[in-house]
Design a protein around this ligand. Sequence first.
Ligand SMILES: NC(=O)c1ccc[n+]([C@@H]2O[C@H](COP(=O)([O-])OP(=O)(O)OC[C@H]3O[C@@H](n4cnc5c(N)ncnc54)[C@H](OP(=O)(O)O)[C@@H]3O)[C@@H](O)[C@H]2O)c1
Length: 339
Amino acid sequence: MSESRNRQIVLAQLPGSGPLRLEHFVARDGARPVPGPRELLVRPIVLSIDSASRAWMNGPTYRPQLVPGDVMAGYALAEVVDAGDAAFAADDLVLADTGWQEWATVPATDATPVRRVAALTHHVSVLGVSGLTAHLGLHDVGRVRAGDTVVVSAAAGATGNVAGQLARIAGARVVGITGSPEKNAMLERDLGFDATVCHRDPDVLGALRAACPDGVDLYFDNVGGPLLDVVLRCTSRNARVVCCGAVSAYDDASAWSGLRQVPGRVVTHRLRIEGFIVLDLVDRWADATANLVRHVESGALRVLEDVLVGLDRAPEALIGMLAGENVGKRLVRVADDPG
Ligand SMILES: NC(=O)c1ccc[n+]([C@@H]2O[C@H](COP(=O)([O-])OP(=O)(O)OC[C@H]3O[C@@H](n4cnc5c(N)ncnc54)[C@H](OP(=O)(O)O)[C@@H]3O)[C@@H](O)[C@H]2O)c1
């Protein structure tokens, strides 16, 4: 990394409703930015690769739509290099929306200080947005209870693997849905899932019914689309559906088929379907983080990380993740850990 150059990955064109490809990005070398008043100059260390960032290209979400020419947006664990007059010190670690680049300026008010309690990468995986989303979605929104049958989709992914493990820790019976037999074998062998289903199974409904003979009490939905309709058909009375995301629709607009079980089964089975955005639950982050740290330190919660090295690999990291390549949290290491 150069001290004056700033390598950046820029969105060259929008992918539209088709799959994201490498040519939608371009790398460019700019100048190192200079922080303004109340801004920090930071050096990203590890980028968080998030499937939601594909949705940011499709239109406004909980943030404005990305447009061609933008540095690709995304969170990172970053080291403060120049804190200016802000209440940070050089060498502090922060989580911030730095984008995919070697250097960034961020408003000091948007940087979350990180107190080192684990391997630094854990602050972007199990202790970052993915782990917090899993914890708050499962407990605060889903109100998981011991004895529940909990189904998690994208269960080997960053959010899903933590949600499934936390459900197991809470005393639930956990069923994971993924796209491959290899991922399913890993979930049962290494993470203590009770059963698994492959969403590519031509009889996914039959497979899910067999895996959940007493019905689904809580569905942690990372996927949306036709799979949501399948799971709704297996729900028990008073089941809760936590709508965390809809990754099936981000890279493939044709995946949304409409829900045939809404409102019919929602009414007859007294279902509660609730969406949430983890950024709205900031006042709950400290409690959730403390629990996650405790579970990681006790060994009850295994940390799955999938790390690519080099800023230029960020586009392939996101494209591969949307295709289901990743096991656990996908990260891109941009710089070595600070000493
Ligand atoms: N609500 C919030 O505040 C919040 C915060 C963070 C993330 N999220 C959501 O959490 C979900 C997971 O995000 P993540 O970043 O942790 O990604 P991830 O689960 O690590 O990776 C995405 C996974 O989705 C699966 N997938 C892709 N296309 C699919 C399809 N058509 N059908 C079924 N599965 C498909 C793939 O695994 P398979 O091999 O299983 O197909 C892939 O590995 C996303 O919906 C995201 O928007 C929500």
